[in-house]
Design a protein around this ligand. Structure first.
Ligand SMILES: [Zn+2]
Length: 308
């Protein structure tokens, strides 16, 4: 794509990010590959909602400025690291969308299997460890997840998305913020039904059918993936929390009775009783159960422990 069009696209994406409240003041930054080992990047210290095409900088892949009146983004090191690690990536978007950033501040990754479109596109959205913005620490934190993920939260900071073109990267930022809002509402309502692992596998299969490029598969065994991460290795797959079983949900009562096919309600019920004893309302097979968010979280954690 030609440079004038890419400059115009960066201006447009910046305007949309600012209009949607993903950035305030001079927050956020955007870059795209120009070809020939050059990057086109937003400059330092400008509001993304009021940019013009002539403001952009051109740098090489080591961050040396080749062209432009202004200095490149203060988060240039993070962008450079992404392009180094991901030859397939042609655009990088960083912003501070408030709901997703709230999850990043709370230390809660967006990794539960709840929405099909998130599973088919991003898989899961992990949190890169806290790093001082604009320092060398930030690319180090991002490196751990970027080979396996097209989107991640940055602890106590914001979110980062990448794509095969600028709009692909930007739309992933929209997806993350939208997913964060939906997750927040579900958790406020006190209930979050997870999609079963078998269905997650089916959704993963759709990536091929619809030609959705993903840098890594969704983890079939999250325990193995976590062990690798705990050992300090970079992520090689997208860890998703999904209960095991064909059609079994953690809260079976909210599904039409016919949908609970491969589940094991007595064992689930006994697990709930084991976790909560007499405080848990009596559960009969096929009947709705009501749990507080704290109980549901404990139940999910307990179920995941049992999977290991
Ligand atoms: Zn930032």
């Amino acid at each position: 794509m030609n440079e004038p069009q890419l400059r115009a696209d960066i201006v447009e994406v910046g305007r949309r990010m600012y209009a949607r409240g993903y950035t305030a003041s001079n927050d956020g930054n955007i870059s795209v590959r120009l070809g020939g080992d050059r990057l086109l990047m937003t400059p330092k210290g400008v509001c993304k909602g009021f940019m013009t095409a002539d403001m952009m900088c051109i740098t090489d892949l080591d961050g040396r400025k080749l062209q432009g009146d202004r200095d490149p983004s203060s988060e240039m090191l993070m962008h450079l690291e992404v392009y180094r690690q991901r030859p397939d990536v042609r655009a990088v978007v960083h912003a501070h969308p408030p709901t997703a950033t709230g999850f990043a501040v709370a230390g809660i990754p967006l990794d539960r299997a709840v929405l099909a479109e998130v599973l088919t596109t991003l898989g899961s959205i992990p949190i890169a460890e806290y790093a001082t913005p604009s320092t060398k620490e930030l690319p180090d934190a991002v490196r751990k997840y970027i080979k396996a993920h097209d989107g991640m939260l940055l602890a106590n900071h914001g979110a980062l998305t990448v794509g095969g073109d600028l709009f692909a990267a930007y739309f992933k930022m929209e997806t993350i913020e939208h997913f964060a809002k939906i997750s927040l509402v579900a958790r406020l309502l006190g209930r979050e039904n997870l999609i079963a692992r078998e269905e997650v596998d089916r959704l993963q299969g759709l990536r091929g059918t619809y030609g959705i490029a993903a840098p890594a598969p969704i983890c079939a065994d999250p325990a193995d993936a976590r062990a690798a991460l705990d050992a300090g290795d970079p992520a090689l797959c997208q860890v998703v929390q999904a209960p095991e079983g064909a059609g079994q949900r953690l809260v079976p009562g909210v599904l039409p009775a016919g949908n609970v096919t491969g589940g094991d309600p007595p064992s689930l019920a006994s697990r709930v009783r084991a976790s909560f004893g007499e405080v848990t309302p009596a559960i009969e097979d096929g009947r709705e159960i009501r749990l507080t968010y704290r109980e549901l979280s404990a139940l999910i954690e307990d179920a995941i422990r049992n999977l290991r």
